[in-house]
Design a protein. Structure first.
Length: 238
């Protein structure tokens, strides 16, 4: 009897150890979103912080929080990438779960995040490649995967953007763009032709970095909401 009980205890302990060794199933999130921010020479210090503060303001906004809460799982995953030329990219904020309740804290983290990269060429292709690598590291199970690349210039350093974009789309990743048209007036056309791709892909346009706050909110709402808001036309640039 005692021997049988000992064998039963040993079996239970072995089973518990095997269960512990099996990794837990990754949590499902409605979207995994990489926010890739231009930190090249064309973006001065004030303009860079208008980008990060615009994102912070968007996540602190009640309408964006409501869009997160309206998703089937009511949670998204977000990472922030800063980029310029090849060899100069940095993950400023790694993957974090964001809900309507935690969005204000995430907004504060972005608002207080410093700029780590100062200047360099505009490596759009390299930025997309790095964003794709970051997407591979998402520790959740996303229903959708989206790279949100913002900038004010065309590719001037490193590989062209289009082949990298095509490879990302082939992996089921949507690439959207936020084009700031103060430095190059036709950069939005470049983003449409060379950068964006995938289901529902679009370019949002900001007239300048002051307009970035409004543009990033519009963009996030289009990316977070599940109805056909992605089909809404981007307002024509002046």
């Amino acid at each position: 009897m005692a021997r049988a009980r000992a064998r039963l205890i040993a079996f239970a302990l072995a089973a518990a150890a095997s269960w512990a060794a099996v990794p837990a199933r990754a949590e499902t999130v409605d979207v995994a979103l990489v926010l890739a921010l231009d930190s090249s020479s064309s973006v001065d210090r004030d303009e860079y912080f208008l980008q990060s503060q615009g994102i912070a303001a968007a996540f602190a906004d009640a309408e964006v929080q409501a869009a997160i809460a309206a998703g089937p799982n009511k949670v998204i995953a977000v990472a922030v990438l800063e980029w310029s030329q090849p060899g100069r990219a940095r993950v400023d904020l790694g993957w974090q779960k964001v809900t309507a309740e935690t969005a204000p804290a995430f907004a504060e983290a972005i608002f207080n995040n410093p700029r780590y990269i100062e200047g360099g060429g505009t490596g759009v292709g390299t930025a997309l490649f790095r964003a794709g690598a970051l997407m591979d590291q998402v520790p959740f199970q996303p229903l959708r995967r989206v790279i949100d690349l913002s900038g004010d210039g065309k590719n001037s350093a490193g590989p062209p953007a289009a082949p990298v974009r095509d490879a990302l789309v082939a992996r089921g990743i949507t690439v959207n763009g936020l084009a700031v048209v103060n430095a190059e007036a036709d950069v939005d056309d470049y983003y449409r032709a060379e950068v964006i791709g995938g289901p529902g892909a679009f370019v949002e346009v900001a007239r300048d970095y002051e307009d970035f706050v409004n543009a990033i909110k519009r963009k996030l709402l289009r990316e977070l909401k599940t109805e056909a808001l992605v089909a809404t036309l981007t307002p024509a640039r002046p």
